[in-house]
Design a protein around this ligand. Structure first.
Ligand SMILES: [Zn+2]
Ligand SMILES: [Zn+2]
Length: 387
């Protein structure tokens, strides 16, 4: 039987038994079917012969406790079906990120009977050696720049991630489409060759396969047989509402794919937020600086101030308001996760006019005259004398 056949076959189905079937049930099912399809009673029936072979093969595995266990493990690992790649499947990193090259890389020669070298290797030693243990994918870090508004509202951005992964053409096997790598004959698939130096056994990387345990007769033209390729993928990442400039966002499971069935790593996105020409942000509050006149602060006024993505709001400035005072407009800030919103903080700043018309100039001069008796620095100069 070829490896490909083996990997694709459902032995339980072949015998018509459940996956949980006891050895006695398997035996009984086999006997019944074997009698029915035996070549002696189906002379010249090619279909029956085929079926008989199938039944025998299934029974040879399922009747052997050890081999049945290996088979079950295989099917649970690959979700019940193991397809040997025969061509390119664009947009998919092999077996959902599973690196076929690494499965094969673990091939050992040790006895899986008639199961074929590949399988024996994977399931007898594959997951016990450190080299072959399932490994979590690496964490990946990237950056993105958001507009001021998108940072407030949350958005979805396309992130292009580059990294080394299984070659998409051969799905990491390194072999040309339609072919599979074979076990390295020099090291029997271990990737190591043993040298004896007196009483010391030295282990070194196999020269023939460079430690991979596999040799490729017909290399994949895309990766020259290495099974690895630099690839870039674009993922859509959801950036939550309310992120701040410089914040690092963790997107669990969006990092590099795991190896040998391990989970994917996490993706960390460093967010840069473009400044807004008018508004600033302080956690969930928005800030804005509003120019006012001396008269407005002195006499009091109602001034229109801009709100982010909304109609202007009116702020009442009481008479005698000092320059630089901050007013709070409730609920006009950044919307929080719980549905509430921060506030808009309005800071007033007196604009001193550069050019005055003659009427304004004479009014200011009148003001100077009218307030000449009160020196605003009198108290300051007095207090400066304190020790
Ligand atoms: Zn080798
Ligand atoms: Zn390739």
């Amino acid at each position: 039987m070829s490896t490909k056949d083996f990997l694709e076959k459902d032995y339980y189905k072949a015998l018509g038994v459940a996956k949980t079937a006891k050895p006695a049930e398997i035996k009984a099912a086999y006997r019944k079917l074997a009698r029915k399809y035996h070549p002696d009673s189906n002379q010249g029936d090619a279909k029956a012969e085929e079926r008989f072979k199938e039944i025998s093969e299934a029974y040879s595995v399922l009747s052997d406790e050890k081999r049945r266990k290996e088979y079950d493990e295989a099917r649970s690992l690959f979700g019940g079906g193991f397809r040997v790649p025969t061509g390119t499947r664009p947009g998919q990193g092999g077996f959902g990120g599973f690196d076929l090259g690494d499965i094969f890389g673990g091939s050992g020669g040790d006895a899986a009977g008639g199961l074929g070298d590949l399988f024996g290797g994977v399931f007898n030693r594959g997951r016990t050696t450190a080299q072959n243990r399932a490994r979590r994918g690496a964490d990946v870090e990237t950056e993105t720049t958001l507009s001021f508004g998108d940072a407030i509202d949350g958005t979805t951005v396309a992130l292009r991630l580059t990294g080394e992964g299984p070659c998409p053409t051969c799905h990491g096997t390194g072999a040309k489409a339609g072919t599979v790598p074979r076990m390295c004959p020099s090291c029997q698939g271990t990737g190591q060759s043993n040298r004896n130096l007196g009483s010391f056994g030295m282990s070194e990387v196999c020269k023939e396969c460079h430690g991979r345990g596999l040799v490729v007769d017909d290399p994949c033209p895309a990766c020259s047989g290495s099974g690895r390729a630099m690839s870039s993928r674009t993922i859509q990442a959801r950036i939550p509402a309310g992120v701040a400039d410089g914040q690092r966002i963790k997107l669990a499971g969006k990092g590099a794919p795991g190896e040998r069935g391990g989970p994917a790593g996490d993706l960390f996105v460093r967010v840069h937020v473009k400044p807004h020409p008018v508004f600033g942000r302080s956690s969930s509050n928005l800030t804005v600086t509003v120019p006012v006149t001396f008269a407005e602060l002195t006499l009091g006024a109602e001034v229109k101030v801009p709100s982010h993505r909304g109609a202007p709001v009116t702020v009442r400035i009481p008479p005698g308001t000092p320059n630089g005072r901050t007013f709070m407009v409730r609920g006009k800030g950044v919307r929080r996760k719980d549905g509430t919103a921060g506030n808009l903080l309005v800071t007033v700043e007196v604009m001193v006019p550069r050019d005055l018309n003659s009427k304004a100039r004479s009014a200011i001069e009148d003001l100077r005259e009218a307030t000449a008796g009160a020196d605003p620095r009198e108290e300051l100069l007095e207090r400066a004398k304190e020790a």
